[in-house]
Design a protein around this ligand. Structure first.
Ligand SMILES: [Fe+2]
Length: 235
């Protein structure tokens, strides 16, 4: 676990944060992984950490929440990562702002060639026992069907509109917890929330839960009270 105060570099194992929307014994275990930021010189280490987390948690499905790569040199690394993750569980993926810079079509093709499903503007329906879990991407129209309805997004500002759309769970990343956390107040991380109003960890509006991941890696790998993480959601 990497919940320590100060983290410099990328050597610690990823923190696995658990978010329980369901207490049923046969809950579906969804691993939300955002902001991997594969880049030259660090991709192998980051991929190994993500694969280990997914494998150790007995994950039922992996949701890749955008900012997967920082440059086109890492497209093949992304394909390989998705391929390895698919050995454990189905992989659904969507893009973030960094992926847009590389080209969403290229990132989509890398995900698909690794065996993953691209849901940026689409919907996946996962069967878990007798239940149907629908996972929508940020550009998909909201869905009313499914026993559990999830929106897999990147930028948490989508919460402004998505909280009215009948989802059970809205997932986002992007903000990295702002890497330095002095304190939490009303579900938000400060000082980041001064600049980014959606700098939440977990929040609720009616029946809809928002979960914001602090992400896997950063441009400058320094964090304080803000572990690099993946989020294991029980739904
Ligand atoms: Fe990011």
């Amino acid at each position: 676990m990497s919940t320590g105060v100060l983290e410099i570099g990328l050597n610690r194992a990823l923190h696995v944060r658990e978010e329980r929307l369901s207490t049923r014994h046969d809950a579906c275990r969804l691993m939300y992984v955002s902001d991997i930021h594969l880049r030259r010189g660090r991709s192998d280490r980051l991929c190994r950490q993500v694969i280990e987390s997914v494998h150790q948690c007995g994950t039922d499905a992996v949701l890749l929440g955008g900012d997967l790569i920082d440059g086109p040199s890492e497209l093949s690394k992304l394909s390989d990562l998705v391929g390895r993750l698919c050995e454990d569980a189905p992989v659904l993926a969507m893009g973030g702002n960094h992926d847009s810079h590389v080209g969403l079509n290229r990132v989509r093709d890398a995900v698909v060639s690794g065996g993953g499903q691209w849901i940026h503007d689409g919907i996946a329906r996962l069967m878990h026992g007798s239940r149907v879990i629908t996972v929508s991407g940020p550009e998909a129209a909201p869905q009313a069907d499914g026993d559990v309805r999830i929106l897999c997004a990147h930028n948490p500002r989508i919460w402004k509109t998505a909280r009215q759309c009948g989802y059970d769970l809205v997932l986002a990343g992007h903000l990295h917890g702002c890497q330095l956390v002095a304190f939490e107040f009303r579900d938000r991380l400060f000082p980041g929330a001064i600049f980014y109003p959606y700098c939440y960890l977990s929040h609720r509006c009616g029946l809809t839960r928002l979960v914001v991941s602090r992400g896997v890696s950063d441009l400058v790998p320094i964090r304080w009270r803000c572990p690099r993480e993946v989020v294991l959601c029980y739904v």
